[in-house]
Design a protein around this ligand. Structure first.
Ligand SMILES: Cc1cnn(-c2ccc(OCc3ccccc3)c(C(=O)O)c2)c1-c1ccc(Cl)c(F)c1
Length: 429
């Protein structure tokens, strides 16, 4: 698979994305025919040990799907509709979001062609050409953040006998402080490995020796899996891709233009929700079309109003995870975090659900996941505080009762304290 800079080779599909595929009758084709379920994380430690942490019940899994396969399935399904015309190799050069006029440059002829739309739906990614035109309009809010980390995709080939080189139904994670690496399985028995690292670290690894030393120190078990030759060739052939988070508002212009997916809310990949959020945009937009009887003048502003809090919440959660995960210096801290999550969920059952579980394995609106998490934290803190206070009260009353029943214990304690003070020159005033 040729690496296209900035486009990950495989993606994590979870329940939100599945629901959108189901709505267009493609869930089985993607899930049954192609996707590889990952029922747990497999945390790789520096010493080469691996520990699985299941996502939860057996039906709670995320799926690894290939971008190319997904594109092919979606395009094939779209072109089956007689009213769909697909024009490849047409780059949108500019558009007028208010009138729906569009100008394209054809590749490779560079011929300019125009078109007029009743509705422009801009799903053209984090560096959207449609959004660029919206940006020129008054009262269009926009913010973007490049994080110091970049990412590079490497490959773990299949074994000589054509099998997966690692355990297959896992999301492989190597948590290493500010370096993070993950691997998702592909249908061709390879793994796509994504190395997340500050650009300055990528820039430090300028020779094969430095690269191998770095991997030997941080990801020793990955060297034989990727292969030294492949690692060196891929690493120096590719360039790290930037990671950007984009928020903007509104997502529409009048009844003529709407943006969705990364064009509307690009997020850093540390929640594995980018594609799921974009697919969920489509489902929500479709439901609004039905509900408002295709009145675009109502549907578009409603889409902005409804979707903005959720899109911004998941952008914030992904950035929050980016910060959090860098403090998981090794697998033990990652494991501890997840064990705490599991313990609290066991103790507080349905009133305490790990945030990752709410986001990944439910369709609860993203902003309500955050709201619920804040409520959960408040309840936990209050519960722990109450347990702490009552334990102290109980402890003190037991202590007072003991002293009441054995007054000589207090005399003996005070006498030995005096002796200790006399023996310590520090206490002499
Ligand atoms: C592609 C994909 C799909 N889901 N996730 C994901 C993300 C976060 C997770 O935990 C957050 C957390 C763990 C421990 C402490 C705080 C937060 C978990 C998990 O719990 O398994 C899984 C990723 C992913 C993407 C990039 C990196 Cl670097 C990564 F490690 C995983």
């Amino acid at each position: 698979m040729k690496h296209v800079t900035g486009k990950s080779i495989n993606l994590a599909l979870s329940v939100r994305g599945r629901s959108s595929l189901k709505a267009v009758g493609l869930e089985d084709e993607v899930i049954v025919r192609h996707a590889i379920p990952m029922y747990a994380r497999l945390i790789h430690d520096r010493d080469g040990s691996r520990r699985p942490i299941p996502y939860g019940k057996s039906d709670q899994c995320i799926f690894s799907v290939g971008r190319r396969f997904l594109n092919e399935v979606l395009l094939s399904a779209a072109e089956k509709h007689s009213n769909v015309n697909i024009h490849f190799n047409h780059k949108l050069v500019t558009c007028d979001p208010e009138t729906g006029s569009m100008t394209f440059e054809r590749y490779p002829s560079k011929e300019i062609t125009t078109a007029q739309a009743d509705l422009i739906v801009g799903c053209d990614g984090a560096f959207s050409a449609v959004r660029r035109q919206m940006l020129k309009r008054p009262r269009f809010n926009y913010s973007q953040t490049y994080i110091p980390h970049g990412y590079m995709e490497l490959t773990i080939p299949a074994t000589p006998d054509g099998q997966f080189a690692m355990e297959v139904n896992y999301l492989h994670i190597w948590p290493r402080d500010s370096f993070m690496m993950i691997a998702l399985p592909n249908q061709d028995k390879t793994y796509t490995v994504t190395l997340f690292m500050p650009y300055e670290n990528f820039e430090d690894l300028i020779t094969p020796e430095k690269l191998l030393d770095f991997f030997f120190e941080n990801f020793p078990d990955a060297i034989p899996l990727i292969g030294k030759k492949n690692l060196i060739e891929d690493y120096f052939r590719l360039k790290p891709s930037p990671l950007i988070s984009v928020k903007c508002n509104p997502y529409h212009v009048g009844d003529k233009t709407v943006i969705m997916g990364d064009a509307a809310h690009a997020m850093v990949p540390f929640y594995g929700q980018g594609m799921n959020a974009g697919f969920e945009d489509c489902l929500i937009f479709d439901e609004l079309l039905e509900r408002e009887n295709f009145q675009l003048a109502r549907v578009l502003p409603e889409f902005t109003l409804y979707r903005t809090p959720d899109a911004e919440a998941i952008c914030d959660l992904a950035m929050y995870n980016y910060v959090e995960m860098r403090h998981l210096v090794n697998s033990k801290s990652f494991l501890l975090r997840k064990k705490c999550d599991k313990f609290l969920n066991l103790i507080f059952a349905d009133s305490w659900i790990p945030l990752y579980t709410m986001v990944t394995f439910s369709k609860k609106r993203y902003h309500l996941c955050v709201k619920n998490k804040k409520w959960q934290d408040k309840v936990i803190n209050q519960t722990i505080w109450a347990v702490g206070v009552s334990a102290s009260v109980v402890g003190l009353s037991v202590f007072a009762k003991l002293l009441h029943n054995h007054p000589h214990w207090l005399e003996a304690a005070l006498e030995s304290l005096n002796k200790f003070k006399l023996s310590m020159p520090l206490f002499h005033n």
